[in-house]
Design a protein around this ligand. Sequence first.
Ligand code: CA
Length: 529
Amino acid sequence: MSHPSPPAPLYIRMHEADNVAIVANDGGLPAGTVFPCGLTLREHVPQGHKVALTAIAAGEAVRRYNVAIGYALQDIAAGSWVHERLLEMPAARGLDDLPLATSKAAPLPPLEGYTFEGYRNPDGSVGTRNILAITTTVQCVAGVVDFAVKRIKAELLPKFPHVDDVVGLEHSYGCGVAIDAPDAVVPIRTLRNISLNPNFGGEVMVVSLGCEKLQPERLLPPGSIPIVDERNVADVGESAEPALDVVCLQDERHVGFMAMIDAIMLTAEEHLERLNARRRETCPASELVVGVQCGGSDAFSGVTANPAVGFATDLLVRAGATVMFSEVTEVRDGIAQLTARATTPEVAQAMIREMAWYDAYLDKGRVDRSANTTPGNKKGGLSNIVEKAMGSIVKSGTAPIAGVLAPGEKLDRKGLIYAATPASDFICGTLQLAAGMNLHVFTTGRGTPYGLAECPVIKVATRSALARRWHDLMDVDAGRIASGEATIEDVGWELFHLMLEVASGRRKTWAEHWQLANALVLFNPAPVT
Ligand code: CA
């Protein structure tokens, strides 16, 4: 029996001007390894970590993605391992004198004929799932809602086979907070807009405690709820206004805990009846609202998974859909290329406004964007936030940037949108849900079992070793790009087709299969009391 020969030593250089490349082979490569180009490793270089392709003098820029990701702190010989201790991080690009909508890229050619089966909503949006969401005004009611949701799932849901799930929108906000502080607008509008997410069919029901600061009328003021049909409208005629369906636990009519549970279940049943009457219909791919983000990144994120997502982003934008990319600290170092890609100077200015707001927010906590990187990022080969950002930003593809959302705002247009959010996976996902996301794409290199109860999450692995080890958690293996088994285009198209299948309910993601769901985590930049 002959043994298969080990794979040839391989490094991946992102741009011809780069003086470092990353080692692609599983397990890294030992000292003395000779690459086909003649470069010899002077020491062991772990997988995903950088090797110097040429001699780099002290003070010289270390370039990856044709960007200075750092400056050499000492002379580095060709074939050396270039790790974060050898690099000084560059200062953040100032926010003055940025190029505003200068790239003037021609619009991408339209992509027609792609559809999915979705649930059309009264407000014109389309859901990919048919879920009853129970909005809560305050954390105090979370235990009660949790109890009620378990009973609804066990006793009511089997009677309504066209409803996918019941979800309590639980959170830590609502009381003990400075609710009139200017920044309180962020968590409040986030909660309001999540209640109106396309996957909830316009059915809004609220569970409130009674004495909390965030009163139901403040969370969902008149005019914020869509008219589903005549049954949720209190008055007829010109003053027709959907009534807000609230179960208030402190109401005198609730005598004992079970009275509260009965009231929640009774209200839920009315909404379940309406949701159950809905059916999927064929919708153009332009109705997809895809949020992309990454978590647990490694040096392959920017080589395999994120470029494949970027290719799929372009396909979606060409099909007329909406794609949001986010994570302020992971795009901050690429701000100049983003403001240049804006469709108008106003969009570029909005992006600068969000970056400046976040710089000030971090400064108030006496940190900067470099607080982003994790020990796992560094172990995975990412030396600093500049290198991480260059790999993260490619998820946005190449389309012009058509709009900007502040944290918690709802989408008002289609196309490629920059939704400003923290990079925290849970907060980013929560804010993208508030914006109106109906499908989530998540790339990971280190591996995370992330999922959301409100929306399907497609997870893309950056390395085949991770995809093999977590074969029942990762939906797409983008590591095949590094090994040469597939191209970025191949994996991008595969992801695009998978998105249509998942959006149509024909395929479940692994997170859905195992019912893995992370908590909603609000971004509250305002004080608590
Ligand atoms: Ca993230």
